[in-house]
Design a protein around this ligand. Structure first.
Ligand SMILES: [Mg+2]
Length: 305
């Protein structure tokens, strides 16, 4: 059931609104703007119905605060008020409200508008989700990775936790495509993505298609040794898929893996470490492929085999 938050200082008005929406939605009520802000930040609402005139923080101020916060700025807000003048309506819409309902309201109108905005919110989230997903593999795409990596890098610097950047590349992939054709190559990309992403699925893991036959993973919180051991298993799992490769390069399809674990300093640039991860991948290729090469917290290199 979709969750709706009503923020209204009048218990009577809030109860009236709640009774209109109760049968279709999971409706919560906050009686002050402060409580509304806290609940909107902590919970996942699909819509907020917001009273404008309240003692203390008013609806306009709360709306502005909701718009400023990343976690609440996308939740649609409908203002509900007895202020019927055009100036206030305009102010609300400029501040980012999606709609404006004037008291006294008609229950069918409220219901219809709420339904419409919840539908639109759903649709927008769906489109956003699709634009962040790689179509072939179903994992996150480069665009999602670009935003995610920087957010998490800053988080790791703030919390001072280990941050691992991991690059995967399917070995001799051009040769595979030349031998078996692109449709078969696509199947290999999808199979590798499935195998690796299934093993990098904790809430602190992130896995994306970087482009072509390359993937990138980000893992937070684990030291280099643990990540290194885990990646060796993933590399082995890909080999164990036993997808035949072109016989003149190797028996099975394999991946090379390179990366780095670092506790980021506050001022350190992500790009520098991404480049090191890439260099480790290059070394894995150079040393014969189908292996993991890693740079640990002290920038010492770890090799597999
Ligand atoms: Mg009021």
């Amino acid at each position: 059931m979709e969750k709706i938050l009503i923020v209204d200082d009048s218990a009577l008005q809030a109860a009236k609104l709640k009774s209109i929406l109760d049968d279709e939605y999971d409706v919560s009520v906050a009686q002050t703007a402060e409580e509304g802000l806290r609940r909107a930040s902590d919970e996942d609402f699909s819509l907020i119905l917001l009273d404008v005139v309240m003692p203390g923080m008013d609806g306009f101020t709360l709306l502005k605060k909701l718009q400023e916060r990343i976690i609440t700025q996308n939740v649609p807000v409908i203002l509900i008020t007895s202020l019927s003048d055009v100036e206030n309506e305009q102010r609300g819409l400029v501040l980012g409200a999606v709609d404006y309902i004037v008291k006294p309201f008609h229950s069918l109108i409220v219901k219809a508008r709420v339904n419409t905005h919840i539908k639109l919110y759903h649709y927008r989230r769906q489109v956003e989700e699709q634009s962040m997903t790689d179509q072939l593999t179903g994992v996150a795409n480069r665009r999602k990775y670009d935003g995610y990596s920087l957010t998490k890098w800053q988080e790791a610097a703030r919390l001072q936790v280990p941050f691992s950047i991991c690059m995967f590349d399917i070995d001799h992939f051009k040769k595979y495509n030349d031998t078996f054709g692109h449709p078969a190559g696509d199947k290999v990309i999808a199979a590798v993505a499935k195998t690796a992403s299934a093993r990098l699925n904790r809430s602190t893991d992130f896995f994306a298609r970087y482009g072509g036959e390359e993937f990138v993973a980000i893992c937070m919180g684990d030291p280099s040794k643990k990540i290194f051991e885990h990646l060796k298993k993933i590399r082995q799992a890909v080999e164990d898929l036993h997808i035949p490769h072109s016989p003149d390069v190797s028996k099975w399809v394999t991946v090379s893996v390179g990366g780095i674990t670092v506790v980021p300093a506050a001022e350190s640039a992500y790009g520098v470490y991404l480049k090191i991860a890439d260099t480790m991948l290059y070394d894995a290729k150079k040393q014969g492929r189908n292996r993991v090469v890693w740079a640990d917290e002290q920038m010492r290199q770890m090799w597999e085999k």
